[in-house]
Design a protein around this ligand. Sequence first.
Ligand code: S5P
Length: 490
Amino acid sequence: MVANASEKFTNLALKLFDINAFKFGDFKMKVGINSPVYFDLRVIISHPDVMNTVSELLLQFLNDKKTSCDHICGVPYTALPIATLVSVRDSKPMLIRRKEAKDYGTKKLIEGKYQSGDTCLIIEDVVTSGSSILETVNDLRREGIVVTDAIVLVDREQGGAKNIEQNGIRMHSLFTLSQLLDILQEAGKIEESTVKAVAKYISTCQIKADGSMVQPSSKAVNELNRLKMSFEARSNHARCPVAKRLFQLMAVKKSNLCIAVDLPKVGAILDLVMKIGPHICVLKTHIDVVEDFNENFVHSLVALAEKYNFLIMEDRKFADIGNTVSMQYGHGLYKISQWADLVTCHSLPGKGVLDGLKNGAVDYSNKGVFLLAEMSCRGNLINEKYTKDTMELAMDGSNNDFIAGIVCQNPHVVTNPGLIQLTPGVQISNTSDELSQQYSSPQSAIKEKGADIAVVGRGVTNSPNVAAAAEEYRDQLWSAYCSRIESEDE
Ligand code: S5P
């Protein structure tokens, strides 16, 4: 069946969302308030099918509008390959505007064959203020080229159209931000609260052509800043059912404490869990340090999890090829997928490790994964690019129903309010151990590092009164969370 035009637009919008060409959360922008939506259309070059559809729709749009021109010019850099495809499809010669004039040779700013008086259509990926389009237009006009129309993939509706129209250019767009939001909401991909937060941001954050805000004194805040949102509100944004459950559990139990029970004997573990159960939202295990593991032990653990209302996370840190991980998760001595609600996983092997986990679970719809984007120990080899790539993997449309959260140490790693930040390395009385572990206080973990859940191991398990210690950590962590979401500062 041949898709009709609106079906093609809908499918393209959903595909763009799936490949992370735009995201919702909290993003730093050049002007004022952080934005709840962020576009990164550079990613489409990795998806030839998307490039094909985009160029096809642009061409169709141009033909419908009967916009005639001698040349096509993409605004550098994202729109360059798009303009190339449109140029080839339409047999229209292209021009390229250099961002800087060469300091040798011809010093030309505009590459391509043209004459003064020729007309040129501008192609751009996303327009915010319109200033990038205007820079390109100005350079073309300096060469005597006539520019009257620009076409963009997405108009963020923040004043760009008006700004460029004041410079004598009509702006056409394949999508406005509102249209994209409608399509995503209709398809159940985003919540009404997301749509509202974006609408509020757009209306308060109109931008002039010079990049400044129309109302610079505006007090509006980004309502999708997860650090300021309650766990109840964030449960609506979770795409992974276990994360949704965990957010709700935390809100009901008023606990964002995860205790790591790294003890070798089942008796000691169960005894400890009975004491700390009332205070925790997650119990974290390292099942391979248990010396007398048996099936009854996991049955008892699951029963305690039900009794005290917490989730069980096996901190296995899977890090192998999919096939191996599938066996490690579902089979072997521990059969982790049968009893753990959540597991941890390194992103190192890439997408295959998540496919392996899905494969190892009987039904992964009630399971969740925390991906490690950073580690707490001194000297670890993770760098910024690794962390960023891990987040891309987490947000990928094919995985995001399986990713409950991220293990990390920084407040800017997790931007999506539906993901939970888990931060280990928390202790009240120590700042390190003798094997490179580094600790921060409960307050610092929540307020400075951006943790939603803090992991406490020896801070509780080494205490002479584990119940009282757990209660103390629970109270400190919960009040740090309350003060974080209530405070006025950014
Ligand atoms: O980066 C990390 C990730 C994890 S999951 N740093 C960590 O310490 N962990 C785990 O958190 C670690 O395996 C241990 O189970 C717990 C911290 O224990 P503690 O005794 O140092 O609080």
